[in-house]
Design a protein around this ligand. Structure first.
Ligand SMILES: [Zn+2]
Ligand SMILES: [Zn+2]
Length: 427
């Protein structure tokens, strides 16, 4: 998959093509309009003004290309900690067939575990993480500054161009330097729109990035910490305080990302931690959260085919489409009798992981294509619940149909989730 993509092939994707086109469009339009509005050969100030713009544009492009080429730093496949005893504190990544180092996460799009993963950015067609955090942040900064200057140049020259006739008829010929053609007025308006869009959009991104750098807490870690606090709030009796291990005060945090030459800090696996924490403080918390999630997991069986479409209007109806989850997480394709371990629940949708059949487990080539984890419509599946041998369901017809029996200890009953998603009925 995309993990195998290296070097300049990373740019052959709609994200980098669009981003580079926008950068070039703003740059060329600004240079063209500036040559009429404030020609660089007019004075030293005009020359310095244009040189500054070219510098900002070049720095933005350079950092952009470096962020993409450097990548976030991928954790080697089959990675294990030096001390085998430490594996008990780490999560295992089935896809990479190795342990996840502290702060590493598996990226679905890159199909690899990424060191200090922040997020996957479609614009650079790569993740933002340990190795390219500085390049990515500098790219945002220089793009914003360059686009601000571009916005000023384009707005001023647009004004001059529109009032050219007025200046000429009022004897202000020195102000009538900007002359529009149909093509150049369209380019000028387009350039203004793009430049203003870049300033607004990237400023918000830069703000978020600076927050994660100053607190040394990535977007994913913010989530983990939130869950950690909530977990302790819910289990009020537990008195262990959660201390986030990587926040070393802002000055030190900044130094971990920014230094002389955008050099990445350390190896991306071992991180300095605050007193009272160790290398595995956060991973132990992640394991505990996973354990709680496992306890919430329920098993479902598919009863009608699921297409895996985002809006399955024809197969599921408008009610299911209207309630589609707002997330870019995958949708899974299912066949009747597939078993799914569900961890999240919505009225019309469920999120879970399909359990591989014995055939698929035995022979990797027979494994069905497509995602294993994702959303699917609730009405296409029924919950399997375990009822003790002598247990009787809440309906009189509990024993009327028992689909499968396991080991004689517990029957698995199919629990029909009726259309409203709440009523339960035993089949
Ligand atoms: Zn992985
Ligand atoms: Zn990624």
């Amino acid at each position: 998959m995309s993990a195998e993509i290296s070097g300049f092939r990373r740019f052959l994707h709609w994200g980098p093509i669009t981003a580079l086109s926008i950068i070039k469009c703003i740059t060329l339009t600004t240079l063209y309009m500036n040559s009429m509005w404030w020609p660089p050969n007019e004075s030293f100030a005009a020359f310095a003004h244009q040189a500054l713009f070219l510098l900002l544009s070049t720095l933005a492009t350079f950092n952009y290309v470096m962020a993409t080429l450097t990548g976030p730093g991928l954790l080697p496949k089959h990675w294990r900690p030096k001390d085998p005893r430490d594996t008990q504190f780490l999560q295992y990544c089935k896809k990479c067939e190795g342990y996840k180092a502290p702060r590493s996460h598996h990226c679905r799009k890159c199909d690899r575990c990424v060191k200090k993963m922040d997020h996957h950015c479609p614009w650079i067609n790569h993740c933002v993480g340990w190795a390219n955090h500085a390049y990515f942040t500098y790219f945002l900064l220089f793009s914003i500054l360059g686009s601000m200057q571009g916005t000023v140049v384009l707005c001023c020259s647009f004004w001059r161009g529109v009032y050219r006739y007025y200046y000429l008829t009022h004897g202000l010929t020195h102000l009538a330097s900007v002359q529009f053609t149909l093509a150049s007025i369209i380019m000028c308006i387009l350039g203004m729109g793009l430049a203003i869009g870049v300033v607004i959009g990237l400023s918000m991104l830069l703000f978020i990035q600076m927050k994660t750098i100053v607190t040394n807490q990535t977007g994913i870690e913010i989530w983990i910490v939130e869950k950690a606090i909530y977990r302790r709030y819910r289990n009020a009796d537990s008195d262990d305080e959660f201390l986030y291990p990587y926040d070393l005060k802002w000055r030190q945090n900044l130094r971990l990302v920014f230094n002389d030459e955008c050099q990445k800090w350390g190896d991306g696996i071992e991180w300095p931690v605050v007193e009272g924490c160790d290398q595995y403080t956060l991973t132990r918390e992640q394991l505990a959260q996973k354990e709680e999630k496992r306890a919430r997991t329920r098993t479902y069986r598919c009863i009608s085919p699921v297409t895996g479409r985002w809006l399955p209007l024809f197969s599921q109806g408008w009610r299911v489409c209207l309630a589609a989850p707002c997330s870019d997480e995958p949708r899974i394709r299912l066949r009747p009798d597939d078993v799914i371990k569900v961890t999240r629940f919505r009225n019309h949708w469920l999120f879970g992981e399909r359990v591989l059949s014995e055939q698929e487990l035995g022979d990797k080539k027979r494994q069905r294509k497509g995602q294993l984890r994702g959303w699917f419509p609730r009405r296409s599946a029924v919950e399997l619940i375990e009822v003790p041998e002598d247990g009787v369901g809440d309906g009189g017809d509990a024993s009327s149909e028992v689909p499968t029996t396991q080991n004689g200890n517990a029957h698995i009953h199919l629990k029909q989730q009726q259309k409203n998603g709440h009523a339960k009925k035993y089949m």
